[in-house]
Design a protein around this ligand. Structure first.
Ligand code: GAR
Length: 200
């Protein structure tokens, strides 16, 4: 059986969807010590680790944030290895990891993104910002994507997508709510595919 880790930063509705789908999760790593996702993990007796991005970002001697990002990624990789993790799921994880960790978990790290990739992707497109951009562009369809993580932000091979219609009068929040429902459908499905060793 593959050992699964889930990386989170916030509310953890995607983590909850994985828990509700009876996916066996060995470890939850949060980049944010105050993430509600940690409470969800603890409620389900899942081991948790906090690797605070704020601390790495703010190391006084480090002027260049890329050094902090590299150290943050190295520590996450060390934690994953220490726990013998086979599959890493980024579920609402808001920090861009370095190519080093993407290579170490090549075809073994996936992410859920709140748009139909390749639209509204890359640095700066996360959370509500994605839905603001979709509404500003006037797209009629948006959705959710699960994809492998590689060194290009949101650029890895697509595993699964689900389209969501944009409705008249949608706000970023109302659109986000419907897209998150789609995420909660496809993320557990994709994780099960990979756990069972299916080719995607
Ligand atoms: C989700 O919509 C997820 O797709 C998005 O943040 C939200 C977090 O939800 N992730 C990104 O934008 C990453 N680029 P959750 O914490 O409730 O699962």
């Amino acid at each position: 059986m593959k050992k699964v880790a889930v990386l989170v930063s916030g509310g953890g509705t995607n983590l909850q969807a994985l828990i509700d789908a009876d996916i066996d999760i060995s470890l939850v790593i949060s980049s944010n010590p105050n993430a509600y996702a940690i409470v969800r993990a603890e409620n389900n007796k899942i081991k948790t680790e906090v690797v605070s991005w704020a601390e790495y970002k703010n190391i006084k001697s480090i002027k260049d944030v890329s050094v902090g990002r590299a150290r943050f990624s190295e520590f996450i990789l060390k934690t994953l290895r220490k726990n013998n993790i086979d599959l890493v799921v980024l579920a609402g994880f808001m920090i861009i990891l370095t190519p080093m960790i993407c290579k170490a978990y090549h075809n073994a790290m996936i992410n859920v993104h709140p748009s139909l990739l390749p639209s509204f992707a890359g640095k700066g497109f996360y959370g509500l910002k994605v839905h603001e951009a979709a509404l500003a562009r006037g797209v009629k369809l948006t959705g959710a994507t699960v994809h492998f993580v590689n060194e290009i932000c949101d650029g890895g091979k697509i595993i699964m997508q689900k389209a969501v219609e944009v409705k008249d009068g949608d706000t970023p929040e109302s659109l986000q709510k419907r897209v998150m429902e789609a995420e909660r459908e496809i993320l557990p499905e994709a994780v099960k595919l990979l756990i069972n060793g299916n080719k995607v």
